[in-house]
Design a protein. Structure first.
Length: 654
């Protein structure tokens, strides 16, 4: 009992110590500007990934880096770089680009990912009653179908059996004969059936839905049962097709049974596939089929495939309308983790109707939260002013004073005038021109207004992203400070290192012992344009005692090319060559080109100090590091840095 009490006390102590630290707590100040715990944690975790273990060494190392970063940003602001219009324009452009994708990803895609990922854990046994619609229904056809499905729904509510009504009313005659049962389904349903999917995953077993629409028409569904999802499986098959002359199928059955007997006697499955299977697409692949889920093959085929428990198990022979099969389980296909799933499904989701539906729901939510209002009197005044030109390219908005009246309003004074809407109408000629002038103007204007209000709702929401989403605020701060850091470092370090020739020379003079050549070899690299190796060996022997000019003169410049190069004596280019003057490598054939080549050391060069020109790239890089270190030391003097040790200790995980 005492141990239990101690553990409870220990748990509570750790709980409250964790709760005591908030993201708004100030970890340090740089020149009087606070850096909160939340800001530091965001950047620490982002840049360290899985290595962000909050150990003392890790935290202190990154804190030191972040101090330097924030010092440079403080200097950039002190230099008024944050007031440069070009930089602010760059930041504004980035914000617009980021806001567009962030809002959709955060509010739309993440919800769709989670919904679909969770739904894939269950298969739903469904029955339905469907009243179909033609491809392009007119109003009377749509009304007739709607009346029919509502009649069915009323009868269901009055107590009539679903199965009876399916047989009587459903346009799906195949399932009508079985009480409307169409079997098990799982997410993701095909495009055009999102409402079908929503209905089947929202109902408990035994319940039926309200009427809803799909690309087929009107449905009412009933959920018969729910089971853990079968998921996906990968199998290999041996297929014996029924020949046209085999009226009874006995020949195929006899053959598959013979194969089954051989398997039971130890025959290799892959060999049996190669020898007997009639599936030409998989015959040379061990019979392996692409992985699949439910409702991709016949019911009999899938029952056998998903019934295999262990990898390597195979079925008894069974029959489908294709022929006779034996299946072997190749592997269990495990559900992807959430991150991998998101990457795979994203393109498909964005093409599905659910994406547009979720977008519209997001926009309606924004409007509701922002107390969106429409000035209908102003809108009607606009509609009344329109004539037949509105349906043509030549239409132009009026410049009358009433055009400046507010048309739509959001919280915080975000307002768009009738003039703004009219300009939107002018630009969207595609919508205006698709109608003829016999279509009521109100209908055309309402479609345009719907698009206009959607865009403005998103624009309104994007203005408030920093306040609503801490991650977005952090991203924008990170990008803004990155721009300032780049400009300040460019001015204080990179430009100076490249342009301050006197300073660069002085730095080289003070550190020239750091820039030296190791012992090197002057080398003649011979390339022989031919494949006669005997002649190649003859060239090698001649080159051992001759200079390059003599070799070329002897064998011809069309056959021999000599390239003078210098290598460090320990370079891999000289591997296998004796490191002395006049040493020659073995003749080698370059496989890609087919050319013969060898190298000869003409001279051994002693170690020496590099000139500034020879080491310029290295000197500039080192000079930049020197200037940056000097700059940071100066910044530490210019800007006071104070770390809250108490808050820092709470960050560290012992």
């Amino acid at each position: 009992m005492k141990l239990k009490n101690f553990l409870i006390i220990l748990f509570l102590a750790s709980f409250f110590s964790l709760k005591a630290q908030k993201n708004t707590d100030v970890l340090m100040t740089i020149g009087g500007n606070p850096v909160t715990v939340g800001e530091f944690k965001y950047i620490y975790e982002k840049n360290n990934g899985d290595k962000a273990d909050y150990s003392e060494a890790s935290i202190n190392e990154y804190l030191d880096l972040y101090k330097k970063f924030k010092l440079k940003v403080a200097k950039a602001k002190d230099m008024k770089l944050d007031t440069i219009q070009a930089l602010n324009d760059e930041l504004a452009g980035y914000r617009t680009q980021l806001a567009n994708s962030y809002l959709m990803d955060k509010e739309v895609m993440n919800n769709l990912y989670k919904e679909l990922y969770d739904r894939m854990d269950h298969d739903i046994d469904v029955s339905h009653i469907v009243v179909t619609l033609p491809k392009n229904p007119n109003d009377s056809q749509r009304k007739a179908a709607e009346d029919k499905i509502n009649e069915v729904y009323a009868k269901l509510k009055s107590g009539e059996r679903f199965e009876k009504l399916a047989a009587e009313y459903s346009d799906d005659k195949l399932s009508a004969s079985t009480g409307g049962r169409i079997g098990f389904f799982t997410a993701m349903m095909p495009n055009g059936f999102y409402e079908f999917e929503n209905a089947m995953y929202s109902l408990p077993a035994g319940q039926y839905s309200e009427p809803f629409t799909s690309k087929l028409g009107y449905h009412i569904i009933k959920v018969n049962g729910i089971r853990p999802a079968k998921g996906r499986v990968e199998v290999a098959q041996i297929l014996i097709r029924k020949e046209a002359t085999d009226k009874t199928g006995d020949e195929a059955k006899t053959k598959i049974n013979e194969v089954y007997t051989m398997l039971n006697n130890g025959a290799d499955f892959d060999e049996m596939v190669a020898q007997f299977s009639d599936d030409k697409q998989t015959k040379t692949k061990g019979g392996v089929l692409p992985e699949f889920g439910i409702n991709q093959y016949s019911k009999e085929f899938e029952e056998e495939a998903f019934g295999l428990k262990n990898v390597g198990d195979y079925t008894k022979p069974f029959e489908t309308n294709v022929g006779w099969h034996i299946l072997k389980k190749v592997k269990d296909v495990k559900k992807d983790n959430f991150d991998i799933f998101k990457r795979k499904i994203e393109p498909k989701l964005k093409k599905d109707e659910r994406y547009e539906i979720a977008q519209n729901e997001l926009i309606e939510g924004i409007k509701k939260d922002a107390h969106y209002t429409l000035n209908t009197m102003v809108l009607n005044e606009f509609i009344d002013s329109l004539d037949a030109d509105f349906y043509t390219f030549k239409w132009k908005p009026s410049e009358a004073p009433y055009m400046q009246k507010p048309l739509i309003n959001f919280d915080g004074g975000y307002t768009k005038s009738l003039s703004d809407f009219a300009e939107f109408c002018k630009k969207n000629t595609r919508i205006r021109l698709k109608y003829e002038d016999n279509v009521p103007t109100t209908e055309v204007v309402n479609e345009l207004l719907n698009q206009f209000s959607k865009e403005e709702a998103l624009n309104y929401e994007q203005q408030n992203l920093e306040a609503k989403y801490p991650d977005f605020k952090s991203l924008m701060r990170e990008y803004e400070e990155g721009i300032l850091l780049f400009e300040a470092t460019k001015m204080e370090v990179w430009d100076k290192a490249n342009q301050d020739t006197l300073g660069l020379y002085q730095y080289y003079e003070n550190n020239k012992n750091n820039y030296t050549w190791n012992k090197r070899a002057k080398v003649s690299k011979y390339i022989l344009h031919g494949t006669d190796q005997e002649k190649g060996e003859e060239v090698v022997k001649y080159a051992e005692k001759s200079d390059p000019e003599s070799v070329v003169k002897e064998f011809g410049k069309d056959f021999i090319e000599v390239i003078p190069v210098e290598y460090d004596l320990n370079s891999n280019e000289l591997y296998g060559v004796v490191k002395e003057k006049d040493a020659v490598s073995n003749l080698k054939v370059d496989k890609p080109s087919g050319l013969m080549m060898f190298k000869k050391i003409e001279e051994i060069l002693p170690s020496r100090r590099k000139t500034l020109e020879e080491s310029r790239g290295y000197v500039i890089a080192d000079y930049q590091s020197y200037l940056e270190d000097k700059w940071v030391r100066q910044l530490k003097n210019d800007f006071n840095v104070e770390v809250n040790d108490k808050v820092l200790k709470q960050l560290i995980k012992k």
